[in-house]
Design a protein around this ligand. Structure first.
Ligand code: PRP
Length: 185
């Protein structure tokens, strides 16, 4: 699904970030990561399901070897907001001892999921844990999480596409669009 879909779909308001803007920004982030980790191995940890697209494109923008692993976690929350109480549905296959971990996320909304995840991964003895996210919302900034690589700071709208879903749909939209308020209000 591409940008034309946003124009044709009544549930979508407008395109917030185009496919080209996403790819350009990921290339810039990849260059920063390459410079920062020059002498170190990287273990990319993707958080299912939303981070699948970011992981695929960010990893391919890196002109170096990386390892990838995945976690699936579920947040006990009411409605669309996460609570920070998290359950692991699928754990990593990799031993983190001495590893340089870079968590890859699609979006940080409240920041509660990542606060929990960073603490959980740090307890496993890695050499370092950093975060790369494509999108960050205003509330995340208030929750004081140190995020090393941020693609775009976005307004507090309901966004879909590029891994982000509404009712499990729109993850395969190539750009990021805003959902029309009448759909979820
Ligand atoms: C999204 C996103 C983050 C989390 C961020 O996942 O991928 O993991 O919410 O929210 P927070 O900052 O408020 O904690 P979601 O729970 O929607 O699952 P999904 O990735 O499978 O869509």
């Amino acid at each position: 699904m591409d940008q034309q879909h946003v124009e044709d779909d009544l549930a979508l308001d407008q395109t917030l970030i185009t496919e080209d803007q996403i790819q350009d920004r990921l290339a810039e982030m990849a260059a920063e990561i390459t410079a920062d980790y020059a002498e170190r191995d990287i273990l990319l940890v993707g958080v299912l399901k939303g981070a699948v697209m970011v992981m695929a494109d960010l990893a391919r923008s890196l002109d170096r070897h990386v390892e990838m692993d995945w976690m699936a976690i579920s947040s006990y929350g009411s409605g669309t907001k996460s609570s920070g109480v998290v359950r692991i549905l699928k754990d990593l296959d990799t031993d983190l001892s001495g590893r340089h971990v870079l968590i890859v996320e699609d979006i940080i909304d409240t920041g509660l999921t990542l606060s929990w995840l960073v603490a959980n991964l740090r307890s496993r003895g890695p050499a370092s844990v950093e975060i790369a996210t494509l999108l960050r919302k205003p509330d995340a900034v208030q929750n004081d999480i140190a995020v090393k690589y941020v693609g775009f700071d976005i307004p507090n709208a309901f966004v879909v596409g590029y891994g982000l879903d509404y009712d499990e749909k729109y993850r395969n939209l190539r750009c990021i669009g805003t959902l029309a308020p009448h759909v979820y209000s």
